[in-house]
Structure formats: structure tokens, C-alpha cells
Design a protein around this ligand. Structure first.
Ligand SMILES: Nc1nc2c(ncn2[C@@H]2O[C@H](COP(=O)(O)OP(=O)(O)OP(=O)(O)O)[C@@H](O)[C@H]2O)c(=O)[nH]1
Length: 350
């Protein structure tokens, strides 16, 4: 089990944070679309820096949840039913989902009673505790990468941030000393193979590819054989951004997974579904379809920086019963982070 892919110890963090303050430039850690040349795999990523990025990336959700709760509690002199109802509306609007919201509000009522809390200002602290608990139920930042090779399949519809997420994960694993191989399994979208190759070149990682329009199952088959013979630690396979309502395309994805199931018996596997957080409930619908075709082991929720409805982190995971492993809070390298409930809530309430 690879624990907390992008996490470092707090001591390292504090040390590096002060170093980073002295050394960092605004360009650091950007994606291939922007500045990248000077970056070395694994460098420039600290939890201190990460926390800052996370906080910045969650600004909209903070406005949608924390700031609204702040304003709301200030307008109350006591904790009453109206307060609970107003809080309920805030949480539902932030996409926490009706069931989770109800659970949290019920737990809050209990805690207020047990703690004999009377000051509305204390509600925020209780909410912070309860949100952390709810997120802990759905999080699992660990990736199962025990065998050599291990295989990470990455699926999701067009434009959700799949290729960039693959590039970021690969770059980070390489920085940790792992031998990584990429498979350009998105043979469907023009430019997808080149996009992956740019990530590969950037991090010094080989990419197995065929021509555009070729059979993705054949690419993945070749990549698995190459990963085995080259003694690669982790093979990461891109797949086409198949629209979930195009039955033939989903069938094709099923074919790719059939190959993987056959060729990777006994190997550690992850199937990560990348979802765009800004698409809200639509992301949940997409995820349900993908779950029918593939055995999804984890979710990567990108573009959280683009939405005030960050509560989707909880609702999507609860609804699908699949843990959130990674979250994206921006386009830079360090913006794809392991999903750590405590850190997430701290960033939201800080
Ligand atoms: N703001 C923001 N942008 C992101 C994030 N993750 C990815 N992106 C951007 O989203 C865009 C789409 O990313 P791609 O990686 O090309 O998406 P994709 O899923 O591979 O797309 P297809 O290859 O068409 O399936 C790029 O411009 C990324 O930089 C994120 O967390 N926040």
C-alpha cells in the first residue's frame, strides 16, 4: 500500500515551507501547458506549500460554506430551529447531498444538546468536527501499488482532467524513485497521445503508444507486456474520454478492462475515475455508468477550485461507495493532492 501519495511529514513540511518561501517563484510547479522546463520530478511540492494551494483552491467553497455559516451564526442570539434550518440550506446548496446534510444536522442537534451549547458562534466549531468525521468516512488517500508492476487505469469523460492527472501522478511517483511507464490508451481524441508524450518527456517517463485511431486494447496489452519485461513499478494507462451515453464506446472500454483483468492477474491494481467537481450532480450520473463497466477503486475529483459546491466530495463518494483518493484544486503540479479530511477541513475553516 502506498500511503498518502502526496504527503510529507509535518517536520519536513515546516522545514521546507520556510525554504520554499525563500526559493519559490510564481511559475513553479505549473502544468505542461505553462512553465515547466525547470522543474525536477518530485521537487517543489511541500505540505506547507500544498496547504497554501489547497486553501487557495478551496476559496470558492469556503465562500459557499464557511463564510455563509459565519454570516449566518452572527445573525442569531440563540441556537434554535431556524438556525438549524438555515444551516441545512447552506449545506444542501454546497452539494453535500440531502442525506449527508440531514445526518450532519441531526448530529449537530445532539452535540449542541450534549455539550449544552448555547452560543451560536460555537456552531461553526461543531460543524467543523462533524464535517471532518463525515469526510473521514469517505476518504482513502492510499493507493494499492504493492506489486511490480502495479497498474493504474484512469477513466473519465472528455476534459475532466484525466491526462493532466495522469501526468501529475506519474511525475510524483517518479520523484519518489519509482520506475513508471505510461500507456496512451486514448487513441480516440486527436492530440491525446501527444499530450501524454509531453508529460512523459517532461518527467523522463516512457510512453507506450500506437497510432491515433488504433485499438486501445492493443495499446494497453503492449504496455502491460512492456511493464513486465522492463520491471516497471507502476504502469499508468490513459483511456479515451468516453461519453457515458455512447454505448459502443463504453463497450470498448469494457474490452480494455477485459485485457487488463486477463493480463494482470495477481498484480496490484487501481481503477481511478476522474470527475470534474464543477459538473455537480452530472458527475455522479457519469460515475454510475462507469461503475457498471469498470470496477472503480477510487475517485479523483478535479477542478474543486472552480466551484463553490465542494460538498460534492462527500456526496459523490457516499453515493457511489467509492473513496475519494485525490483532489485537484488548480492546474499546477502540486494542485493534485491526496485527499486528507482533516487537512481539507482545516483549509476550509482556516
Ligand atoms: N482549474 C483546474 N483545472 C484543471 C484541474 N485539473 C485539470 N485541469 C485542467 O482541465 C483541462 C482538461 O484537462 P485534460 O487533462 O486535458 O482532460 P482530459 O480528461 O484528459 O481530457 P480528454 O483527454 O479530452 O479526455 C486542462 O486545461 C487542465 O489543466 C484542476 O484541478 N483545476
Amino acid at each position: 500500500m502506498l500511503k498518502n501519495l502526496f504527503k510529507k511529514s509535518e517536520e519536513q513540511t515546516r522545514e521546507e515551507e520556510s525554504k520554499e518561501e525563500q526559493e519559490s517563484t510564481p511559475e513553479e510547479g505549473q502544468s505542461p501547458a505553462s512553465s515547466q522546463e525547470e522543474e525536477t520530478p518530485g521537487e517543489g511540492v511541500t505540505l506547507g506549500g500544498l496547504f497554501g494551494r489547497l486553501k487557495e483552491g478551496l476559496t470558492k467553497t469556503k465562500k459557499g460554506i464557511t463564510d455563509r455559516v459565519d454570516d449566518m451564526v452572527k445573525s442569531y442570539t440563540k441556537i434554535d430551529e431556524d438556525l438549524f434550518e438555515e444551516l441545512e440550506e447552506i449545506l444542501i446548496t454546497a452539494d453535500l447531498g440531502v442525506n449527508t446534510t440531514m445526518e450532519i444536522i441531526d448530529q449537530l442537534r445532539d452535540r449542541v444538546r450534549e455539550n449544552k451549547t448555547t452560543d451560536p458562534m460555537e456552531v461553526k466549531g461543531l460543524l467543523k468536527e462533524l464535517l471532518t468525521e463525515a469526510l473521514e468516512e469517505v476518504a482513502d488517500p492510499n493507493l494499492n501499488l504493492e506489486t511490480t508492476p502495479s497498474v493504474i487505469m484512469v477513466v473519465g469523460v472528455n476534459g475532466v482532467g484525466k491526462t493532466t492527472s495522469i501526468g501529475k501522478i506519474a511525475h510524483k511517483l517518479k520523484g519518489e524513485g519509482k520506475k513508471v511507464l505510461l500507456a496512451a490508451g486514448d487513441t480516440f481524441r486527436a492530440g491525446a497521445i501527444d499530450q501524454l508524450k509531453i508529460w512523459g518527456e517532461r518527467s523522463g517517463i516512457d510512453v507506450i503508444s500506437h497510432q491515433e485511431g488504433s485499438d486501445p486494447a492493443a495499446v494497453v496489452y503492449d504496455a502491460i507486456q512492456a511493464a513486465k519485461s522492463r520491471k516497471v513499478d507502476v504502469l499508468i494507462c490513459d483511456t479515451a474520454g468516453r461519453l457515458h451515453n455512447k454505448k459502443n464506446l463504453m463497450n470498448e472500454l469494457g474490452k480494455v478492462f477485459k485485457i487488463v483483468n486477463r493480463e494482470c492477474d495477481g498484480l496490484s491494481r487501481e481503477s481511478l475515475l476522474v470527475l470534474d467537481a464543477t459538473t455537480g450532480q452530472n458527475a455522479i450520473q457519469q460515475a454510475k455508468i462507469f461503475k457498471e463497466v469498470t470496477n472503480i477503486s477510487g475517485l479523483v475529483l478535479t477542478k474543486l477550485d472552480g466551484t463553490a459546491k465542494g460538498g460534492i466530495v462527500i456526496s459523490v463518494s457516499k453515493e457511489l461507495k467509492v473513496p475519494v483518493k485525490l483532489i485537484g484544486v488548480g492546474e499546477k503540479l502540486e494542485d493534485l493532492q491526496s485527499f486528507e479530511p482533516k487537512t481539507f477541513v482545516e483549509a476550509l475553516f482556516d
